[in-house]
Design a protein around this ligand. Structure first.
Ligand SMILES: Cc1ncc(COP(=O)(O)O)c(C=O)c1O
Length: 404
């Protein structure tokens, strides 16, 4: 195995559940990546809203190295200092009283859903188990989370889905009024749908969900796996929306690229997870916790968060300028540095065709469904990299339009 791996090895050795681009990045620094051939790219994808501080940020690298020399893993038979510091920091900076640590967004959501069911079971009994979520929602790939998610294709072919789950229409409160009742234990929602098309949740809609949950003694769960940790311009999106959930899930940018997830909850709810009701071998791993703490402390500052809003305006201006020339977008939207450009009627379903052209031009982007070009770059991406990346993206769009 001393030979350098190639993209063909993916087909030879990997389970075919992904279709990665042809280039293999081997090194990253800030918002730039280099592939095996030494070609350089500007990264507007950010590991799908994960690399909140770009690649190999010195603060995260230093923290990881220092922790690696100290202590890697203990199991949950012992607690450890980095996990305790991370939990304390999350509690001090949010609505939450208690934190459960795990290793991914799907796991954080699995824990949130199980906690909601268990809490309702203890309060009211077996019948209070209904969960309301939304079409196009994405909550992860565990069997419970694909069932609660609103894209049926992800649950198809895996046997009977768990019962008691119903889906409303995002940003349509009336659709929820028809679904929620006293048997509902939780409403799970993304404050802005990410995978579903970079669709911001309206404040009145989210507040309406809060009120409906209160009226039916149900829990409001915010999935902030994609929107959290500075992405929208506040530590968590709920803080700028002014609607507070009972449970919040976080992952992705929480570790800046190191796998970590967290479920945050109020005391009233968290107490339903008694000894032995839930767990994870890697939850609260010292390496992951140390890096997450460093990421939060770096990001949750006025300089970084104000910078996110300034960069949002730049992304929007550039995308609108590209659109003024080529007319490929119907709308540019999003919050902070989760930005989506929905394709115009003539280009419907063609968002993904931009990606390989963009890579050829030296910029990496994402899609969110067939119609939305998505960007989730580093929260501290230099403004010069935004300008250069957008010039490259414009060339990709020009090529799409020239050779449709
Ligand atoms: C809103 C949301 N929730 C959950 C997940 C799943 O996270 P993970 O892939 O870390 O399990 C994602 C991933 O895209 C997400 O965007």
């Amino acid at each position: 195995m001393s030979q350098t791996p190639t993209r063909a090895d993916f087909e030879h050795y990997m389970v075919p559940n992904y279709a990665p681009q042809q280039v293999i990045p081997v090194r990253g620094e800030g918002s730039r990546l280099w592939d095996q051939q030494g070609r350089e790219y500007i990264d507007f994808a950010g590991g799908i809203a994960v690399n909140g501080l770009g690649h190999c940020h010195p603060v995260l690298v230093e923290t990881l190295k220092e922790q690696a020399d100290r202590l890697w893993h203990l199991s949950n038979v012992y607690t450890n200092e980095p996990a305790l510091k991370l939990a304390r920091t999350l509690v001090e900076r949010t609505f939450a009283d208690k934190v459960y640590l795990c290793s991914s967004g799907g796991e954080a959501n699995e824990a949130a859903l199980k906690l909601a069911r268990r809490w309702a079971f203890d309060q009211a009994g077996e019948h209070k188990h209904r969960i309301v979520s939304f079409s196009q929602a994405f909550h992860g790939r565990t069997f419970f989370t694909v069932s609660v998610g609103g894209q049926p294709k992800y649950a198809e072919g895996f046997g009977p889905v768990p019962g008691g789950i119903v889906h409303g229409e995002y940003n349509n409160l009336d659709s929820v009024r028809d679904l929620i009742n006293d048997d509902t234990c939780a409403v799970m929602v993304e404050p802005m749908q990410g995978e579903g098309g970079v669709l911001p949740g309206q404040r009145e809609f989210l507040q309406g969900l809060r009120d409906l949950c209160d009226a039916h003694d149900a829990l409001l769960i915010f999935d902030e796996v994609q929107t959290g940790v500075g992405r929208t311009g506040s530590l968590y999106a709920y803080q700028q929306l002014g609607v507070t959930p009972d449970i919040l899930t976080s992952a992705k940018a929480l570790g800046g690229g190191f796998p970590v997830g967290a479920m945050l909850a109020t005391d009233r709810v968290a107490s339903a997870f008694t000894m032995g009701t839930h767990g994870s071998t890697y939850g609260g791993n010292p390496l992951a916790s140390a890096v997450a703490l460093a990421a939060i402390e770096y990001i949750d500052t006025p300089e970084v968060l104000e910078g996110v809003n300034r960069r949002h305006d730049l992304f929007r201006e550039h995308l609108e300028a590209i659109n003024a020339k080529y007319g490929v977008f119907r709308e540019v939207r999003g919050m902070g540095l989760l930005v989506g450009a929905e394709m115009s009627e003539a280009w419907r379903g063609r968002a993904k065709d931009i990606l390989p052209l963009a890579i050829e031009e030296g910029v990496m982007a994402l899609v969110a469904g067939p119609n939305v070009l998505r960007m989730a770059p580093s929260l501290v991406i230099p403004e010069a990299d935004i300008a250069e990346g957008m010039a490259r993206l414009e060339r990709a769009v020009a090529r799409l339009v020239d050779a449709p």
